[in-house]
Design a protein around this ligand. Sequence first.
Ligand SMILES: Cc1cc2nc3c(=O)[nH]c(=O)nc-3n(C[C@H](O)[C@H](O)[C@H](O)COP(=O)(O)O)c2cc1C
Length: 417
Amino acid sequence: MRFGPARRLVLHKRINCRRFSPTWSTSSMAPSRPASGSEELGEEPEESLCGASSNLTSLVEPPLPHLAPAVPLLESERRVERAWEHWRRIGSPKLIVAPMVDNSELPFRMLCRKYGAEAAYTPMLHSRIFTENEKYRSIEFTTCKDDRPLFVQFCANDPEVLLEAAKLVEPLCDYVDINLGCPQRIAKRGNYGAFLMDNLPLIRSLVEKLASNLHVPISCKVRIFPNLEDTLAYATMLEEAGCSLLAVHGRTRDEKDGKKFRADWDAIKAVKGAVRIPVLANGNIRHADDVWRCLEHTVADGVLSAESLLENPALFAGYRTVEWRDDADGLEDGGLDQADLVEEYLRLCEQNPVPWRMVRSHLHKMLGDWFRKQPQVREELNSQTKLTFQWLHEMVNKLRVLDGRVPLYAKADLMRG
Ligand SMILES: Cc1cc2nc3c(=O)[nH]c(=O)nc-3n(C[C@H](O)[C@H](O)[C@H](O)COP(=O)(O)O)c2cc1C
């Protein structure tokens, strides 16, 4: 098996990311509703953007020249061929940042890309709110020219609304993704995500609507059914409906706790054997060795990682947190620590403002090991009602003074390149 370039440590990849949120033409849409949409998504109140909003640049990227024209549903052979052509055109990425509400936003995606991620998903966007509310669009979806390949994920239960939302982002992404895996209560109330597994005809109509009207391919992120046959029938139906790429999270809708339930790689392997389009595996990726094990076991075309990347955005470049140090031989201090990553993340946020709630969330994840040892610093962070970058940089310095380094580890042979 050949492995991608991220098996080597990527230490100094440059990030050149000028943020933009698209200029949206809303003339054909219903008037914006006053609600920001955040209440409907159950978000925290800390909505204000980090950084000055005057930095926000509105640009529209021209549609990509390579985009195929939208066509009515093609016959299946040709559709599968096109799915692979597209996958190869974007570089057949193996190492992919999973969609994460409030966590796979632009600065975090760019940090992960610097450290080996070869593609990334946006957080889930609510398709109806996206079509109705300009503020929601400009805050929740930002991207830039180096933020590719990019999957833009929506939740939806209405094909027309989903198409309207997808049309707004198609020039800016490589896949429009449908979230068919969210198992949370909010998804049950809103009738989207994994709760659509009870209504497969509706799922089919969502996929068909996009596949026959968009220029970019459609991907779906799914969970498995408790029964393998149901999972395989589901995957095959999605492929027939026009899905060009399938990301399979190897847990059922009821297996919400990723720490308690292992993802079922056998089920992912079976899906890979049953469909002809590219398949991505999701679940149980704690460090780079898991990536290669998962690819070998499932024969999938790539992997998604979520929780582990939040603690260690340099995972794909071969770095491990101390938690996974004992597992492998030959691990050395990789010359990088989580505080370095936080500093880089903060700089990316200064260039590409996002709501402070997202920044807070990342700080808690990336600095978790330090905060466990220095809980008073975490308390200080929690008690700040208004954050500034200066305060945060000083907090990181304080942790360094109190605690020295908490290094990330890497294999010596990778370090030598
Ligand atoms: C903070 C967080 C937010 C998430 N948000 C989304 C989301 O917006 N869309 C989605 O499809 N999955 C979402 N997920 C699920 C992940 O994409 C992924 O499927 C799941 O965490 C399993 O992968 P892991 O074992 O690598 O964590 C989220 C997970 C986390 C931890």
